[in-house]
Ligand binder design. Structure first.
Ligand code: CTP
Ligand code: CA
Length: 224
């Protein structure tokens, strides 16, 4: 029997969740994206509502229903997500950055459809702004939580992201493990905090993962 989300532990808190994989336009009919389903971010948003928070979801496209009680702002690209998030940042207490933001975008968005021509086609890409790192640099009262999907060297990369992006928590998962990662309803995560602590969780549904992460975040305020 599932233990229900402790109600009220996020009462009075304003939460900003980002979710989904950004779309980076190549031309009017094509874009670059990634395998993110948005499920982990939506579970974080839904669970926060159940725990009493006021929740804004900045979402790149997904196939998911908007969770009841959540204010949703739809975005497509990393640049659009950055603008929406920076607008809201001063007014929120916690940011959950579950979105899979494209690291690169096409250097030019062609205004007309690219026509088929030569045997090869190269696409020049430029780096997108790192939204979470920017939030980390301007952090005041906010609690910042990042998500990272890794395929190797999980602990090394995770600890480095906590430090370099000035995070309070990072939820990392090895996407190569069966039952973890994209599209599936379960996940196997490891939580890293700013003190260098590591906690490994067993396989759980994404909703259960969300409950455990929220409990750890709420506990961290009581320890201060
Ligand atoms: N992130 C972001 N903006 C970007 C890239 C990532 O806000 N341009 C955020 C993600 O939403 C996530 C965290 O940073 O919460 C970690 O993302 P990840 O892709 O694991 O880290 P990167 O710094 O992009 O490093 P790499 O992809 O090389 O592992
Ligand atoms: Ca990345």
């Amino acid at each position: 029997q599932e233990i229900m989300a402790p109600k009220e532990i996020l009462k009075g808190k304003k939460v900003l969740v980002t979710a989904g994989g950004t779309r980076e336009a190549i031309d009017p009919v094509r874009y670059l994206t990634n395998r993110s389903s948005g499920k982990m971010g939506y579970a974080m948003a839904e669970t926060a509502v159940a725990m009493g928070a006021q929740v804004i979801l900045v979402s790149a496209p997904t196939n998911l229903q908007n969770p009841p009680g959540v204010r949703k702002i739809a975005v497509e690209s990393a640049q659009e997500m950055r603008e929406a998030v920076l607008d809201l940042y001063d007014n929120v207490d916690i940011v959950i950055k579950a979105a899979a933001v494209a690291d690169y975008r096409p250097a030019q968005e062609q205004k007309q459809k690219i026509k088929k021509k030569d045997e090869t086609l190269s696409l020049e890409l430029v780096k997108n702004p790192d939204i979470l790192a920017e939030l980390g640099r301007h952090k005041k009262h906010q609690c910042l939580v990042g998500f990272a999907a890794e395929t190797h060297n999980l602990e090394k990369y995770a600890k480095n992201k906590v430090f370099s992006k000035n995070l309070d928590f990072l939820v990392a998962n090895d996407v190569t493990a069966p039952g973890a990662g994209f599209s599936v309803d379960t996940n196997i995560v490891t939580l890293f905090d700013k003190h260098g602590q590591r906690e490994d969780f067993p396989i759980m549904t994404k909703k259960e993962v969300a409950q455990e992460i929220w409990k750890r975040i709420a506990q961290s305020w009581h320890k201060q």
